[in-house]
Design a protein around this ligand. Structure first.
Ligand code: IPE
Ligand code: IPE
Ligand code: MG
Length: 246
């Protein structure tokens, strides 16, 4: 992985995002540019994830959420969907032991009830294996949609408060029912692959995120690219509706 010490020195270390979310886009185009099947791009994209998680931990990021499969991605050709599912199973089997050894805690968000029993069991096993790790939390969004998350949070809140007065419902009351309960909102959203949209990712949790779009395709997003995003983020003035104080 390429890195650059003068670039790293330009990152304001007191302004490292606590939570980075990434829309890992551009795998298919990366492969097609090389006249290879799209699935080769997915494999190449997945191969870089472990190093990136470790770089984030090294820079002091505490939560990294990766968009692996959206509720809309079921509309892709069947063979692409099944390859992606197969890769997810393999990834949990091959990479989790070493990620676990590096202190990574895994959490999967999304409606995993539609996945096969083998995949569901592997997800639960990997979450349990890493539950007490604290270097960084890796959140993988699989069969995830931001609209789904908001709707399911409301349903779960309502199931536990059947007699509550809806007029008194607040955002703070719903938050513990979101799939990201206990995880701070996103500070920095990175989208690779050139598109400038959120594609139904963490709609609620992105409320005050800084948005970083890059043309770099996901299989080429390395430590250098991460540091460029961190440098950009560290120069942002986050006002949260207030006015600049200095
Ligand atoms: C992102 O890459 C990976 C997933 C959505 C699973 P794409 O497969 O969307 O790649 P492009 O956008 O077609 O290049
Ligand atoms: C977003 O990428 C989903 C993931 C990265 C998992 P897409 O490639 O599916 O997004 P759109 O359809 O171009 O917006
Ligand atoms: Mg895409």
């Amino acid at each position: 992985m390429s890195t650059n010490s003068s670039l790293v020195s330009q990152i304001n270390k007191s302004r490292i995002p606590e939570h980075i979310a990434i829309i890992m886009d551009g795998n298919g185009r990366w492969a097609q540019k090389r006249h290879m099947p799209r699935t080769v791009g997915h494999a190449k994209g997945a191969a870089g994830v472990k190093a990136l998680v470790e770089c984030c931990a090294k820079r002091g990021v505490k939560y990294l959420t990766l968009f692996a499969f959206s509720t809309e991605n079921w509309q892709r050709p069947e063979d692409e969907v099944s390859t992606l599912m197969g890769m997810f199973v393999q990834y949990l089997e091959r990479e989790m032991p070493s990620l676990a050894a590096s202190g990574v805690r895994l959490k999967v968000i999304g409606d995993i009830s539609v996945f096969g029993p083998e995949l569901q069991a592997r997800i639960r096993a990997a979450e349990e294996l890493t539950a007490s790790n604290s270097e960084i939390t890796l959140v993988v969004a699989a069969n995830y949609g931001g609209q789904w998350d908001i709707v399911q949070s409301f349903k779960n809140w309502y199931a536990t408060h059947p007699t509550a007065n809806l007029n008194e419902l607040t955002a703070k009351q719903l938050e513990p029912y979101l799939s990201t309960a206990g995880i701070p909102d996103v500070d920095l959203l990175i989208r690779t692959g050139g598109e400038q949209r959120v594609s139904n990712f963490l709609l609620w949790q992105l409320a005050y995120a800084e948005l970083y779009f890059t043309d770099v395709l996901w299989p080429e997003f390395d430590q250098l690219q991460l540091d460029l995003a961190l440098r950009w983020y560290s120069s942002r003035d986050r006002r949260f509706g207030k006015i600049k104080t200095c």
